[in-house]
Design a protein around this ligand. Structure first.
Ligand SMILES: Cc1cc2nc3c(=O)[nH]c(=O)nc-3n(C[C@H](O)[C@H](O)[C@H](O)COP(=O)(O)OP(=O)(O)OC[C@H]3O[C@@H](n4cnc5c(N)ncnc54)[C@H](O)[C@@H]3O)c2cc1C
Length: 760
């Protein structure tokens, strides 16, 4: 019986404190020699040993690749709840390199001497079972409410869950007795016996018990890795089992892989020469021998737990996922699903997320998606889409986040190629050393793909225009799977459409932009408390609209709460590193209303964009946002906006300056057509009807909308996003580039041959 795991190797190091650095050096040697995992015994009652947890964390900081585990933890002295948090913490700190070996104890006199409880054999199984429940419950941050485990030995009584480990930490259990083996079959991820304690035939007998228990628990026995600690001695000729030449070792170990399904061999002893000889001579030869002996070889296949298989969605050909995409694909029940399922603002439950990291991979993913024409298809770059259509319920998502390269193509022309999956914070950071910047948006976590196919209203808009105005070419995977370059001279219609309606015409894999020379800038964050909101809006609008183009300001207002006045927070970039210019410009805004707080600095554009966490928050709800573009903040508009704010239907109200360089571009030059607007207005609310009513009072003032800030996907919203001539041209382009409406799930411009019903 072979369980199809990738063949792995580890070392088993004594955590002796006689020479405290010695075990650390052996761990580093293990990493250098190519071992997969380093393990340490855990005997917390042993004064001659370093504490194993302290050692594990220390070693994690002194290594970079190898995975780390105790071999195995003594549960009676390591409270499982604390162990769960320690392991998750180490996993987060070490970038997913923690594994967890568990044992029910032994050396009972020593454990009792340390205040631990002696467990009878039957009790040990029960205690370990409860420990596993506790650990898994605390890691299960997706479950609702506090964690509860009503055990006899270990209890959780509404404990807060988390942290979630970086990767699914496997629980390897050191055990020999049948009841313990059954527990492994029911709940464990690995069986970790030590060969010196095994009789011939024990592996087979143990496997049979584990496999049967696994099947009875509805699991696939292949979910459980079989690991073995082994001890031996290299010699010039064979004197016994694992006593002989490297080839003798290979001969001894091969049947354990082929017949007993062992997937991990852990070499015991602290002898560097044995570790080296094993790594250099046994590991490669054994892999080769396994490759010859087993059809699947030593690489192993990905084994999906039965629970994950049960979570699969209907209508998806999971077995048909292209081989190149299989390893990185994520589906319900997979550990990575929690972070892959939703976006920054909208929750989702897609049936499959494909994560290609090359253009060819995108082509394959799209071909696969086309074989599922009835399922929703989300195209995701950074996952920050406000309409949230880069995820869905039960459909497919093609996530191009892995195509995130940033490369200077031509220094003298400031031409840069940016992958669709890059984040704007990273783009800004990469351009800063050149003295360049690309106006993007106000948040560094937003992805390039979504923003650069819609417009890009950013902190440099008035001086440098929209992000799409810097686009010179794009690589696009079209609906039929062909890859084209779109520019003013190659597929110019497509190039026009990409700049404002890109989500409708293909999947952009990379963008060629011309960056601007941008030095340090003035950055002002002013908090004001206007007595009269309408008056404030008019005056802020007038200052911003009439300011020199070096100023771009974004204003956020919340509703007045608890009898407190509304607060206005403006974030303003002044493109100058001269403090006098910066202060003079900001003073115009500061003098509009009493200043409650201020922060003014000279900084880089990249510094401003470093405002996002390294990993994105994943939403669970449904966002509700409306967008409008307005020419001027007239007293009438301002009065209506102030009333809408006071209605309480809006919890977030934002005005962004556009105009300036944005208006220099003719309306028909790109699919983003609303070039005459001086302001973009956004409102977010929680109640569709109430927000709709409040928003309706502002509609008469709008000349259109920016689809990146809109969640309403109705034909009216589409007509507001694209004026008639733009929409007509888009439809012609859609007819040519996506006649079957593959890309229809975000503000769909349906091809003329497609009934409107298909759009949705
Ligand atoms: C906190 C926050 C701040 C924001 N600030 C600004 C701002 O200041 N200025 C501004 O203009 N916008 C801003 N936005 C809106 C943002 O630009 C859009 O939501 C944008 O779509 C996000 O891009 P993404 O790649 O992260 O999104 P995703 O959710 O990955 O994609 C959104 C949509 O874009 C399309 N799309 C994504 N990738 C591709 C691709 N490679 N090829 C073709 N189509 C694709 C798809 O239709 C997809 O549904 C902000 C959003 C948030 C959440």
């Amino acid at each position: 019986m072979n369980y199809g795991h990738r063949l792995e190797f580890g070392t088993f190091i004594t955590p002796s404190n006689q020479s405290p650095q010695a075990p650390v050096q052996l761990a580093q040697l293990s990493e250098q020699l190519g071992y997969d995992v380093v393990t340490f015994q855990d005997h917390p009652y042993q004064p001659a040993f370093l504490d194993t947890w302290t050692l594990l964390t220390w070693v994690a900081a002194q290594t970079s690749r190898v995975r780390l585990s105790a071999n195995v933890h003594s549960i009676p002295l390591r409270t499982p709840a604390v162990l769960a948090r320690a392991a998750a913490s180490l996993d987060l700190l070490s970038d997913g390199r923690a594994e967890l070996g568990l044992g029910a104890g032994g050396f009972w006199d020593a454990i009792e001497a340390m205040g631990g409880r002696r467990l009878a054999p039957g009790e040990a199984v029960q205690a370990l079972s409860e420990a596993i429940d506790v650990i898994r419950a605390l890691w299960d941050v997706d479950a609702r409410g506090g964690a509860r485990v009503g055990g006899e030995f270990y209890r959780l009584d509404g404990a807060k869950r988390g942290p979630a480990p970086k990767h699914p930490i496997p629980l390897w259990i050191g055990a020999l007795k049948p009841r313990m083996l059954r527990l492994i079959g029911e709940k464990g991820d690995g069986w970790l016996p030590s060969l010196p304690y095994l009789e011939p035939g024990d592996l087979k007998r143990g496997n049979a018990i584990i496999d049967e228990a696994a099947r009875e628990a509805g699991r696939d026995p292949r979910e459980i890795r079989r690991l073995v600690n082994l001890a031996g001695r290299f010699a010039s000729s064979r004197t016994g089992f694992l006593q002989g030449t490297s080839q003798d070792w290979v001969d001894d170990l091969l049947p354990m892989v082929v017949e007993d399904g062992v997937g991990t061999f852990i070499v015991m002893g602290d002898d560097p020469r044995t570790m080296q000889q094993f790594a250099e001579e046994v590991m490669p030869a054994l892999r080769e021998a396994v490759d010859d002996a087993l059809p699947a070889g030593s690489a192993g296949e990905r084994i999906r737990p039965a629970a994950a298989l049960a979570a699969r969605r209907d209508g998806i050909d999971y077995d048909g996922v292209p081989a190149a995409l299989r390893d990185t694909a994520v589906e319900p029940g997979d550990p990575g699903y929690r972070t892959a399922r939703g976006g920054y603002l909208r929750g989702g439950a897609p049936g499959l997320v494909l994560r290609p990291s090359t253009t060819d991979g995108v082509v394959e993913a799209l071909a696969y998606a086309r074989r599922h024409p009835d399922l929703p298809l989300g195209v995701r770059s950074g996952g920050h889409g406000i309409s949230g259509r880069s995820t869905n319920d039960g459909g497919l998502v093609i996530d191009v986040g892995g195509l995130n390269g940033i490369e200077v193509l031509d220094e003298s022309a400031r031409l840069v190629r940016v992958g669709a999956g890059a984040r704007w914070a990273d783009v800004a950071a990469a351009l800063a050393p050149h003295g360049w910047a690309l106006s993007s948006g106000d948040y560094g976590g937003v992805g390039v793909g979504g923003l650069a196919t819609a417009g890009g209203i950013g902190y440099l808009s008035r001086s440098h225009g929209l992000t799409i105005d810097h686009l010179r070419a794009a690589e696009v995977v079209l609906a039929d799977g062909s890859v084209v370059r779109a520019s003013e001279t190659e597929h110019p219609d497509l190039f026009w459409a990409v700049r404002g309606a890109g989500g409708n015409v293909g999947i952009v894999t990379s963008f060629d932009f011309v960056a601007d020379e941008v030095g340090d800038v003035g950055w002002g964050f002013l908090t004001q408390v206007p007595e009269d909101v309408a008056d404030y809006l008019v005056r802020w609008g007038s200052v911003v609209e009439n300011a020199p183009r070096d100023l771009t300001s974004f204003l956020v207002m919340g509703p007045p709460r608890n009898g407190q006045p509304a607060v206005a927070q403006s974030r303003t970039v002044v493109e100058s590193d001269d403090p006098e210019v910066v202060v003079a410009r900001l003073q115009e805004i500061a003098s509009i209303a009493p200043l409650y707080d201020q922060e003014v600095t000279i900084t880089s554009y990249a510094g401003i964009m470093q405002n996002a966490a390294a990993t994105s928050h994943v939403a669970t709800g449904e966002p509700l946002a409306h967008s409008g573009l307005v020419e001027h903040l007239t007293p009438e508009f301002a009065a209506a906006a102030a009333a809408a704010l006071t209605s309480g239907a809006i919890y977030f109200f934002q005005l962004r300056a556009v105009g300036g360089a944005v208006s220099d571009v003719p309306a028909d030059a790109t699919a983003y057509a609303h070039r005459s607007a001086n302001f973009s207005v956004t409102a977010m609310g929680a109640d569709v009807r109430r927000l709709g009513e409040a928003w309706a009072t502002l509609q008469p003032f709008f000349s259109g909308l920016y689809l990146s800030f809109e969640t309403d996907q109705s034909p009216e919203a589409l007509a507001a996003a694209f004026p008639p001539a733009t929409l007509e041209r888009l439809r012609e382009i859609k007819d040519r580039y996506d006649p079957t409406n593959v890309f229809r799930h975000n503000f769909n411009v349906a091809p003329s041959a497609t009934p409107a019903a298909v759009a949705g």
